[in-house]
Design a protein around this ligand. Structure first.
Ligand SMILES: NC(=O)C1=CN([C@@H]2O[C@H](COP(=O)(O)OP(=O)(O)OC[C@H]3O[C@@H](n4cnc5c(N)ncnc54)[C@H](OP(=O)(O)O)[C@@H]3O)[C@@H](O)[C@H]2O)C=CC1
Ligand SMILES: O=C1O[C@H](COP(=O)(O)O)[C@@H](O)[C@H](O)[C@H]1O
Length: 287
């Protein structure tokens, strides 16, 4: 299947015709607010904040423009959140401390306006303090939350927290896997979120596809002259994909009770790895 055909399929399956217009330019200057919803959780502490820290260390997040907000129901202070994530960031205490000062925590529920109005107030205050006359405001909402709360959270963002600066900018939503429990719930989620945001504002992600080892599987299989002719049923007796964690549930119990570890890992991460191990060479031709 070529890329042209893929676009057509994707439009119909997500029921939304508002893909980015190819030549549309979007302002990438001015104040940037990154809001991590579910900031008290496992994903936020182990992956999201460390990823933001690495972007900061590599110079992609300018402390003159960026502020990071954590949001969740747990009642903790800014410093409590900083203490929770400090140990996951790195060993350079000075840089870690500077990065942590960019983070503010707001507590509130996922389905009522009070918390989101407070969040909007905090973001707006930050924008007012940082914006120059020509700057625009960008708001990136990262949902480090179980899928069951995506719809209420998206409704609250739409109602209370959209960027409406006269100076332009954008509001974007990043959604983690798993995207629902099955086809029906995934389509249901898409329909609900699609009513609130344009497709161009939505980013569905799965961090396994970004792993170097996973990405290298394609190179190993299709660009390596030793493996290319040998990687087939005549030479491979069996394939085992092993997922191991050397720690316990660690606060994920509520989420696992609802979704289950199999849905959490197997139908996305591990099946993707299986596909990369076993699939035919991709066809890159255009249709
Ligand atoms: N952990 C990881 O490494 C990764 C996780 N993911 C995905 O990210 C999402 C969150 O995972 P993770 O952070 O591990 O899970 P957590 O159980 O740690 O949940 C994150 C936060 O969401 C809130 N929460 C948990 N359960 C519920 C619930 N039933 N209803 C409302 N709020 C709830 C809690 O915050 P509070 O109570 O303070 O509001 C919690 O701190 C999942 O969809 C998971 O598949 C994706 C990639 C990696
Ligand atoms: O998506 C998830 O993945 C992590 C494991 O990711 P890894 O990069 O550390 O291998 C898992 O711990 C988490 O429960 C799950 O939601």
């Amino acid at each position: 299947m070529g890329s042209g055909q893929w676009m057509v399929e994707r439009r119909s399956s997500f029921g939304n015709d508002s893909f980015p217009k190819e030549h549309e330019t979007v302002s990438e200057s001015g104040c940037l607010s990154i809001i991590v919803l579910g900031a008290s959780g496992d994903l936020a502490k182990k992956k999201t904040f460390p990823a933001l820290y690495h972007l900061y260390r590599q110079g992609f997040l300018d402390s003159n423009e960026v502020h990071i907000f954590g949001y969740a129901r747990t009642k903790i202070s800014d410093d409590d959140l900083r203490d929770r994530i400090r140990g996951y960031l790195g060993k350079d205490a000075e840089h870690v401390s500077k990065f942590l000062q960019l983070i503010k925590y707001v507590s509130g529920s996922y389905d009522s306006e009070d918390g989101f109005q407070l969040l909007d107030k905090e973001i707006s205050q930050h924008e007012e303090s940082k914006n120059s006359a020509e700057g625009s405001s960008r708001r990136l909402f990262y949902l480090a939350l179980p899928p069951s709360v995506y719809p209420p959270v998206c409704r609250m963002i739409k109602k209370c927290c959209m960027n409406n600066s006269d100076l332009g900018g954008w509001t974007r939503i990043v959604i983690e896997k798993p995207f629902g429990k099955d086809l029906e719930s995934a389509e249901n989620l898409s329909a609900q979120i699609g009513e609130l945001f344009e497709e161009a504002q939505l980013y569905r992600i799965d961090h396994y596809l970004g792993k170097e080892l996973v990405q290298n599987l394609l190179v190993l299989r299709f660009a390596n002259r030793f493996f290319l002719p040998l990687w087939n049923r005549d030479n491979i007796a069996n394939v085992q994909i092993v997922f191991r964690e050397d720690f316990g549930t660690e606060g994920r119990g509520g989420y696992f009770d609802e979704y289950g570890i199999i849905r959490d890992i197997i139908q996305n991460h591990l099946l993707q790895v299986l596909c990369l191990v076993a699939m035919e060479k991709p066809c890159f031709s255009q249709t």
